[in-house]
Design a protein. Structure first.
Lengths: 418, 418
C-alpha cells in the first residue's frame, strides 16, 4: 500500500512553521509497512487543495491530509472535502459535547467559531480530538482511504494514536511481505570515517540496504532488509547489526527513536548512580535534555548554570587564580567545575562543560567552537577538548551531545583510543 | 516568479529526519518575493527524481533541490543532474582545493569518497560549500533556474547566504509588484480568544489578508498586503499593525523571526538589568533559551536547576517546612525560589518555575500540567498559576515561554487584568 501525504498551509511554504507532521506520520506509516510515496506541501487555496485530493486518490491507496481545520477563517480543508466528495455538513451532537467538555475543563468560554466545528462532512466517520476542538475525518470510497486531521501536532498525534494507526493496522495485517528496518544511532564519528570503517558494504549487507543520515547529533545508520517471512527478515537484520557493531560499536549509543538522554537515563537508573551538571557555554541545555526524560528526578540531583565567573567560584568552588591564569575556557577550569559540582551536590558523577559558542568571544589562542568537557566520578576524571563550528545554536547542541556521550562512555568504561 | 522545492531523501519520508530545509528556503524566497508554489519530498529513486526535475522545470520558474549530495553511495542527485541535463562530470580543481582545506582545518584525513566530490556537472556553475565537502550547483537553461544543494541544513544555509540569495535577489529586483508581509508574535492568549478580540476582520484589514498560526509558544498573526508601490504597501501594513496592537497589544512580544529570549535580552540589556533563574520542572530549558542569545552573559548571571528538594533548600534557601507543608509545586515554594535565586546571585531580577510536567507525578489536588511561575525584583514579586496539558516536552516548552513572557511583562510593567 502506498500513501500520499498532503500538508496544507501557507505558513509552512513560507517557512513560518516547520513541517514536523509529515515526518511523524511517515514514521508511523512505515511502521505499518505502508510506504509513503510522496509528501507535498500546498497553500491554503481551494483549487489547489481539491486538485491534490484528486491526484492523491487517483494514484495512491491512502491520502492523508493535515492542516486547515482550525476555527479561524483561513482554514478551508473541511470546505474542500465537502466539495470534492459532493457531500454536505451535518451537526454532530457527540463532537459538540466533546468541544463543550474541552472548554469546561480549561475554564474557558466557548465561542461561536468553536461551535461551528461540530459540523462535519456527512460522508465521513468522525475522528475524535481529545486534545483540541477540530474533529478529524475518515472517508473510505472506491477502495481508497482519505484521512483529514488538524495541523496542530499534538492534536494530530492524539488522533493517529487513538484511531488512525489502529484502524490502518487492522487493514494492512497479513497483506504485505516483510520489510524490516533498523536504525543504529552513532555519535562522535564523521560520516565519511564511519563509511570507511565499515569496509565493503556488499559483504556487510548481503542484499540489505544502508543509508547514512548525518546531523549535529551524530550519524544515523539505517539498515533495511526484505524477506518473505518475518523470521528470515529478523535474522538478516540482526546479522547485519552485529557486523556493524563489530566495526563501530563504540560509537553506537542507541537504536531507532532513542535519544541519548534516554540512554543515559537508563544507564544511571540501572546502576543507581546520581548525577549533577555544571554548564557554562550550553547554558542549561544539557540539564534540560536530561530532564526531558520522565523519571529523571531519580538520578538527576541538580544543575548549575555558572554563566559568570563569580558563579563558578561561589557555587562550584573553582579557584579564582586558575580562572585568571588559564581563562574560564580551559581544561583546568573544566576539571574544577566537574569535580566541584560533584562535591557540592554529593552525587556519584559530575559533568561539566565550558567553551566558546560564538559568534563572538574568540581570542588569539581560543577560537570559536573550542569546548572542554569533563566527567568525574569518585576516582577518575576525564577531560576532553573539542573543536566545533561557528554556529552558536549548533555548537550548543553538538556540545550537549558530546557531553552526554562522554558520560555514556564513562559509565560503560569505553575508552577513546579509536 | 514561482518556485518548486524538491527535497530528496527516504529518511524524510519515513520520518527519521525532519524537513527543516524547505521551511528555511521558503522563508528566504518569500523575502525575495518569490512565491513557493509547492514543496515536495521524494525518495532516493532515480526515476522519481528525474520525473520531478522535469515537472518542476516545466511548471515553475525556479526548481530548488536539496539532499542527495553526500559522499556515500545512497546519494544520487548528482547522477540525476548529469542524466537529466545530458551533461557529464568534470574534475574541478577549485572544489578539490576547498575540500583539502576543509579537511586540513579539522585535522582529518581526506578519503577517496571525499575526493570524488570534486567532480561536478559540466553545465553547472559551482556553489562553494564553506561548511562541508559537497559542492552545490546552479544551472540556467531555457529561461529556468535549477539549483541543487546538500541536505545538511547548515551547509545548505551557508550556500543560500553566500550565493543563492544574492544571485536571486539580483534577478528579481524591479520585476515584481510589492507584496509585504508582517508577523506579530503573541503569547498567553488562545487562538479563538485572539480572533474574537480582533472583531470584524474586514474593518481591521481593509483589503489585507490575515492568518493565525498557533503553536506551544503562542499564536503568530501574519498580515499580508499588496500594492503597486512599496510606500503604499508599507503604510497599509503599518495601519493594520496599529489597529491590531490597539486591541491585543499586551500579548504581542515581537515581530517576524524574533524569539522571546531575544526580546528579553534587549529589554534587560537596554535597562542594564541582571537576571538569575531557578528552575525545577523545566530543568534548564529557560536558561538554555536565554543563553541562545549572543551577548547574554551581559545580563544573565547564573541559573540554578534545583531538581531535588535538597538543592532547593541548599542553593536557594527555600524553607524545608514550606516544602513539607505546601509541597514543592506550590505558590509559596515558587515565591521562595524566585526571591532566593535573586538574593544569592545579587541580580536585579529572579525568575523561578516549579510544576508537574507529566506523564507521572500528579496527586489529588495537583494535576499534571500545574505550574507556578514567579518573577521578583527588589520590591515586588508576582506569582502566577498555570494549567498546561499532559505532554511533558510541550509542557516544558509552554512553561519556558510563559516564564519569559512574565519577565517581559514585569520589566515593561504590563498588568494581567485582561
Amino acid at each position: 500500500m502506498e500513501a500520499y501525504l498532503i500538508t496544507i498551509g501557507d505558513e509552512i511554504l513560507i517557512g513560518q512553521t516547520i513541517n514536523t507532521n509529515a515526518g511523524y506520520i511517515g514514521e508511523k506509516l512505515s511502521g505499518l509497512q505502508i510506504k509513503v510515496a510522496k509528501d507535498v506541501v500546498i497553500p491554503d487555496n481551494e483549487e489547489i487543495i481539491i486538485r491534490e485530493f484528486d491526484y492523491g486518490l487517483k494514484n495512491y491507496d491512502i491520502v492523508l491530509v493535515t492542516g486547515g481545520l482550525g476555527p479561524t477563517h483561513d482554514d478551508m480543508t473541511r470546505k474542500c472535502i465537502v466539495k470534492y466528495f459532493e457531500t454536505e455538513l451535518v451537526f454532530n451532537e457527540g463532537v459538540f459535547e466533546e468541544i463543550k467538555t474541552f472548554f469546561a475543563k480549561r475554564n474557558r468560554v466557548i465561542t461561536e467559531v468553536n461551535k461551528d466545528q461540530a459540523f462535519v462532512p456527512k460522508i465521513a466517520t468522525v475522528i475524535n480530538n481529545r486534545r483540541g476542538t477540530a474533529p478529524g475525518t475518515w472517508i473510505e470510497k472506491d477502495g481508497k482511504i482519505f484521512i483529514s486531521m488538524p495541523g496542530v501536532p499534538h492534536e494530530m498525534k492524539g488522533m493517529m494514536e487513538d484511531f488512525v494507526i489502529p484502524k490502518l493496522s487492522e487493514i494492512t495485517r497479513g497483506k504485505v511481505k516483510t520489510i524490516l528496518m533498523d536504525t543504529l544511532l552513532t555519535t562522535g564519528i564523521p560520516e565519511s570515517v564511519l563509511y570507511e570503517k565499515l569496509g565493503s558494504l556488499e559483504e556487510l549487507l548481503d542484499g540489505g540496504k544502508i543509508a547514512f543520515l548525518p546531523s549535529q547529533y551524530g550519524v544515523k545508520v539505517r539498515v533495511t532488509v526484505e524477506a518473505e517471512e518475518e523470521k528470515e527478515a529478523k535474522n538478516k537484520l540482526s546479522q547485519i547489526e552485529q557486523r556493524i557493531r563489530s566495526k563501530v560499536g563504540r560509537f553506537i549509543y542507541g537504536k531507532g527513536e532513542e535519544k541519548l538522554e534516554g540512554v543515559i537515563g537508563r544507564l544511571l537508573a540501572d546502576r543507581a548512580l546520581t548525577l549533577a551538571t555544571a554548564e557554562s557555554c550550553t547554558g542549561g541545555l544539557i540539564s534540560s535534555r536530561i530532564t526531558d526524560v520522565s523519571g529523571s528526578s531519580k538520578y538527576f540531583e541538580r544543575g548549575i548554570v555558572s554563566y559568570s565567573n563569580g558563579a563558578k567560584v561561589e557555587l562550584l568552588h573553582v579557584d579564582e587564580d586558575t580562572i585568571a591564569e588559564h581563562g574560564a575556557v580551559s581544561e583546568e577550569v573544566c576539571r574544577q567545575m566537574a569535580e566541584g559540582v560533584r562535591a557540592v551536590s554529593g552525587t556519584d558523577l559530575g559533568l561539566a562543560v565550558t567553551g566558546i559558542m560564538g559568534p563572538t568571544g574568540e581570542s588569539e589562542h581560543k577560537p570559536i567552537g573550542l569546548v572542554y568537557i569533563g566527567v568525574c566520578d569518585e576516582n577518575n576524571c576525564t577531560i576532553r577538548e573539542f573543536h566545533f563550528g561557528d554556529d552558536r545554536i549548533l555548537n550548543k547542541q553538538r556540545t550537549s551531545q558530546a557531553a552526554l556521550d562522554m558520560l555514556r562512555r564513562h559509565v560503560l568504561g569505553i575508552p577513546y583510543d579509536d
